[in-house]
Write a protein that binds this ligand. Sequence first.
Ligand SMILES: CC(C)(COP(=O)(O)OP(=O)(O)OC[C@H]1O[C@@H](n2cnc3c(N)ncnc32)[C@H](O)[C@@H]1OP(=O)(O)O)[C@@H](O)C(=O)NCCC(=O)NCCS
Length: 272
Amino acid sequence: MLIRRIDATRLDDCLALAAGRKWSAEPHKWGLLFEIGDVYGIDDPDGGLAGCVVCTSYGTRLSGIGMMLVAEKFGRQGLGGQLMKHAMAEAGTESTWLTATTYGQPLYEKLGFRSIGDSYIYRGEFRPPASGASRPASTKDMAAIAALDAEVFGAPRPEVLGRLPVFTEQLRVIEGTEGIRGYAAAWRNVDDTVIGPVVADNETMAKNLISDLAAGISTTVRLDLDDTHPELREWVEGLGIARGMRTEVMVHGASLPGDRKRLFLPLSVATG
Ligand SMILES: CC(C)(COP(=O)(O)OP(=O)(O)OC[C@H]1O[C@@H](n2cnc3c(N)ncnc32)[C@H](O)[C@@H]1OP(=O)(O)O)[C@@H](O)C(=O)NCCC(=O)NCCS
């Protein structure tokens, strides 16, 4: 079955595929993925899609893979493996990052991915007191945010950063004596507001950014916290949000670039 790159005209087919696997319909997120990533699909001869995957490349250094979906009726026939191999070959990056469900993990292990930790979804009413340490970002801050992000993320993602001001509902920064030291964003996804990315010098700064964003959120909040910052997980749990679904964080190829200790939350688990 032929794998080809698809565009946003196939959004409804992607949503139908996701619904078939009991994933929620996330049109806003898919809209961004079609803009910043390469979406590959396999047509179902009876209409719609048999499978899809999204690969977002950050230069030649890193790519993130997400939204890996194969319709149940086509399951265990090799489509998932073919989609992954195709996306990785097209990206050709030194490293590939993803977070795997229990369905996907064995397949990714066979393809040479190794586990580097875990990630949990935290979702609920989240009302930490605002810190007042951050301020809303302005267009004048975008160059400094991009420079900080490149240092921490370790690979250029101008397409992501260029879209943050319109894609997100809030974008906040914290300044130090030498300019911007941290930034964080919040964006709407169906009934939740997702907080991420969060880049900060340390845990206190990350908490301040997250708290200030939360003060401006009226919906439930979603945080995808990996195990590189256990204190942040404890803080969130202490504020009454329980751990939800677990995924395995996996990497293929070279180790992740950048200064990951300063990356507290991803933009999304589909992109890194
Ligand atoms: C994960 C998912 C994409 C895998 O898709 P898939 O097309 O079934 O994947 P493949 O067929 O390539 O591989 C799945 C398994 O089938 C096996 N397989 C492949 N071809 C086969 C064949 N012809 N006959 C029997 N088994 C086969 C593979 O070896 C693999 O085995 P394993 O699970 O024991 O490792 C699919 O299960 C899915 O959409 N799940 C729900 C959404 C999800 O969790 N996505 C992953 C997000 S990280």
